[in-house]
Design a protein around this ligand. Structure first.
Ligand code: HEC
Ligand code: HEC
Ligand code: HEC
Ligand code: HEC
Length: 171
């Protein structure tokens, strides 16, 4: 009797230990999902985190227009004509500039076409970039994000923002 109870306890203990182990493995060690590969492996962590360049320096219209704006090649070269100018990735940037084409960045935030989303409204109400985009300044490569209506609604409920906005922004 006693020994079979012991064995049962042992099995239960082993099962608990295994599931705890699995939990920590998946929680901490499972690689974070990465976003799409970009034409140049641009790192927000280097530019915004370490070098502390303001978001608005590169996305200047975020508070004034519906479109935050993407930095044109010339803006990169403003610094990179001098900083690591011969780095192969920067030379690729020079090639784009010579050809007069903009860098074909792959869009990572995707929102349904019929939804009208407006940055300026949010930014001027002091909704921080990271509330919607996460810790951009800590990432080497931005993850893909498909926006769902639930996320808009949850925050609008918490902030007492317009909920009937679906009448105005679905068109
Ligand atoms: C205000 C100045 C500034 C601007 C603007 C700027 N960079 Fe940088 N960039 C830096 C500095 C500083 C470094 C770090 C250089 C070093 O490690 O010595 C850097 C590093 C890099 C690297 C090296 C890779 C890495 O991760 O360390 C790449 C690639 C790069 N930048 C691409 C770009 C692109 C593309 C743009 C335009 C969208 C851009 N940079 C705009 C200052 C700038
Ligand atoms: C030196 C220029 C530079 C700075 C500073 C910068 N960004 Fe960017 N940002 C870029 C470039 C280039 C891309 C396109 C490549 C990519 O997605 O990584 C981009 C892409 C993004 C995107 C994804 C756009 C999409 O495809 O949907 C977001 C969101 C973003 N930046 C937010 C921020 C925030 C928030 C900050 C400040 C913490 C910031 N950026 C600072 C240059 C910059
Ligand atoms: C209330 C949530 C919210 C906040 C706050 C917010 N964004 Fe966004 N952002 C979005 C959504 C949703 C999209 C995708 C829709 C779109 O591309 O218009 C997006 C897209 C972007 C893009 C890509 C635009 C493009 O043309 O591809 C950039 C760059 C960006 N955000 C930068 C910023 C910066 C910088 C801040 C802070 C100053 C910021 N965002 C604050 C929700 C937000
Ligand atoms: C992190 C919080 C947050 C998220 C996420 C968010 N919003 Fe908002 N939104 C706000 C706040 C706060 C306001 C109030 C601004 C004001 O009162 O002027 C607002 C205002 C708006 C307005 C203007 C409403 C009016 O009164 O005319 C629209 C439209 C809107 N949001 C659409 C969206 C959409 C679409 C999404 C999802 C893609 C979204 N929001 C996600 C916080 C958020």
């Amino acid at each position: 009797m006693a020994s079979s109870a012991n064995r049962l306890a042992l099995v239960a203990f082993a099962a608990i230990a295994a599931s705890l182990g699995a939990f920590f493995y998946f929680f901490y060690l499972w690689p974070q999902p990465k976003g799409p590969e970009q034409p140049i492996p641009f790192s927000h962590n280097v530019h915004s985190g370490i070098k502390q360049i303001q978001c608005q320096y590169c996305h200047p219209y975020v508070a004034y227009s519906n479109f935050p704006g993407m930095p044109p090649v010339e803006k990169c070269l403003h610094c990179h004509n001098y900083i690591i100018a011969n780095h192969p990735w920067i030379r690729k940037e020079h090639d784009y500039a010579r050809q007069g084409v903009s860098t074909p960045w792959v869009k990572v935030n995707v929102i349904a076409e019929h939804v009208f989303f407006n940055h300026q409204r949010h930014v001027n109400r002091e909704v921080a970039c990271e509330e919607c985009h996460g810790e951009v300044q800590a990432s080497q490569r931005l993850p893909q994000k498909l926006w769902r209506m639930g996320e808009c609604i949850t925050c609008h409920q918490q902030r007492n923002a317009a909920l009937d906005c679906w009448l105005t922004c679905h068109n």
